[in-house]
Design a binder for this molecule. Structure first.
Ligand SMILES: Cc1cc2nc3c(=O)[nH]c(=O)nc-3n(C[C@H](O)[C@H](O)[C@H](O)COP(=O)(O)OP(=O)(O)OC[C@H]3O[C@@H](n4cnc5c(N)ncnc54)[C@H](O)[C@@H]3O)c2cc1C
Length: 463
């Protein structure tokens, strides 16, 4: 097969067959029957035509692909679970280094740790370790890849009880821009280990993660479906922040689900769907959610004891690929002006759009801000404006609504979570890394990737 193609980023045609022969894994090029599916990522707004996809079989393959791309002047995109909101795990003309075949998982319950390949999803890992009554904190949706969520920070259902994903990260194996395969931990390459705990894919390609495991067995999980009133919004942060650490909530202003536990007359009704995990005794969990129901009579209550992975079944819809756009802010409080802005936006919310509110505190906030590159430990709440495009014709109106609400909230923003950024410019990347974190990351970037080989990410330029 003739694989010589002319690249956008290379001055000479490149013969990919040499790369194919050097790999233990495989290379998938345009024309391969699986290429069209393989190239797709979660956010279909970033559907692109990569040059080829390397399905790496091990860290050596990753190093081989990095070396090949560098020698031939080909841009690299790194893919773990493919859920980048910004579409960074693909691109026109890029070589995608796809880690999905790195699926090794070694669970050591006695030592309370697990080594996991970067190709696993949060849901796969969570289901496997739950067999031992254990868990590591990840996000709200099981289909998200370990790679992206961990390197950005990882804010999910156990954030208040056990912290961010990175707070349970013990060590990583990674391939540097030089092709060298190294370990980073508190005791080895400690600067790199600090940087990968929040600094994203800037410093190399992580092939394996070692996580701490926590005892998490039965939880109380589900959702309170509340009317989206001003009072409900105003009480959300005070109640959720005062709750026991076991309770972590993620609220979404969206149509109520057509769930059998919901009275039919409320199906599809615009609501504040307060999803929650109480990682402890289910009866204590019922007491912890009671204060929300004192503010307003719920349209419906879905609350059941379940094994921890059960919560991912309730959010499985999030795995479906679609085109979308997101704008997000951290805030110290949800003040009246912000609540008013949200109430006004709710009145004209387009189909497919929602406002997501996450209240923090607990374990994630007790880690010192300088301990990891994720430094927003004092954020009280995150507000994310998320718009899925139901069709092409209505997309411009959805974007206008999304940006309108974002503009109203931004003056109160104290920063942003790198994993909830799209391509929004350097000032927003800097807002993800406050209090000297950006400068420290830029310095570490200079040492490990001075040529900025890994730049399809929330890019920190080498200093
Ligand atoms: C439906 C949905 C729900 C989400 N929920 C949450 C949530 O609850 N909490 C939360 O914190 N985040 C959440 N996110 C955001 C998510 O953490 C980021 O989008 C994350 O980057 C996705 O990781 P991924 O591996 O699936 O993505 P990918 O698109 O594969 O990777 C994104 C980028 O991360 C870098 N990267 C990925 N893997 C590696 C690696 N092994 N080595 C080096 N760099 C790598 C690369 O720069 C890559 O382009 C959600 C996203 C979606 C789409």
């Amino acid at each position: 097969m003739d694989t010589a193609v002319t690249l956008r980023f290379a001055s000479q045609p490149v013969d990919l067959s040499a790369l194919g022969r050097a790999l233990r894994g495989r290379i998938i090029e345009a024309g391969d029957p699986s290429f069209d599916d393989e190239r797709q990522v979660w956010n279909l707004a970033h559907s692109a035509q990569p040059l080829a996809i390397v399905r790496a079989a091990d860290a050596r393959d990753v190093a081989t692909a990095v070396g090949f791309a560098r020698r031939n002047g080909i841009e690299i995109a790194v893919r773990s679970g493919g859920h980048s909101l910004a579409g960074h795990s693909t691109g026109d003309g890029v070589l995608v280094i796809d880690l999905r075949d790195l699926r090794g998982l070694h669970i050591d319950p006695a030592a309370g740790m697990a080594w996991a390949g970067a190709g696993l999803t949060a849901g796969e890992y969570t289901a496997a370790v739950a067999e031992h009554g254990l868990a590591t904190p990840f996000g709200d949706t099981g289909s998200v890849g370990l790679g992206g969520i961990t390197l950005g920070g990882g804010i999910g259902w156990l954030a208040r009880k056990h912290g961010l994903t990175i707070d349970s990260l013990l060590s990583v194996e990674m391939v540097l821009a030089s092709g060298q395969i190294v370990t980073a931990s508190e005791s080895e390459n400690a600067d790199l280990f600090w940087a990968v705990r929040g600094g994203g894919g800037n410093f190399g390609i992580v092939t394996r993660f070692c996580y701490r495991l926590h005892p998490v067995d039965q939880i109380l999980g589900g959702a309170l479906v509340l009317p989206p009133t001003r009072d409900v919004l105003r009480s959300l942060v005070p109640i959720a922040a005062a709750a026991p650490d076991e309770l972590t909530t993620i609220a979404m202003i969206m149509p109520a689900p057509a769930h059998p536990a919901m009275p039919e007359e409320h199906h599809g009704r615009l609501s504040l769907v307060l999803m929650f995990v109480y990682a402890g005794d289910p009866e204590a969990g019922r007491a912890a959610i009671a204060p929300f129901m004192a503010v307003a009579e719920p349209y419906g209550v879905l609350a059941s004891p379940m094994p921890y992975p059960g919560i991912y079944e309730l959010t499985a819809g999030g795995a479906a690929r679609h085109a979308s756009t997101t704008r997000s802010v951290f805030m110290r409080t949800l003040d009246d002006a912000s609540v008013d802005a949200m109430m006004a936006a709710i009145d004209v919310i387009p189909a497919g759009s929602m406002i997501q509110l996450r209240v923090f505190g607990g374990a994630m906030s007790r880690v010192p801000a300088t301990a990891t590159a994720f430094a927003h430990r004092d954020a009280a709440v995150q507000v994310s404006v998320m718009s899925a495009f139901v069709d092409e014709a209505s997309a411009p109106a959805a974007v206008a609504w999304n940006r309108g609400l974002f503009a109203a909230l931004e003056p109160k923003s104290t920063g942003v979570y790198a994993n909830f950024l799209e391509d929004e410019g350097d000032a927003r990347i800097r807002a993800a890394y406050p209090a000297g974190a950006y400068e420290r990351l830029a310095e570490i970037k200079r040492r490990y990737d001075p040529a900025n080989v890994f730049h399809r990410n929330q890019n920190i330029a080498p200093r």
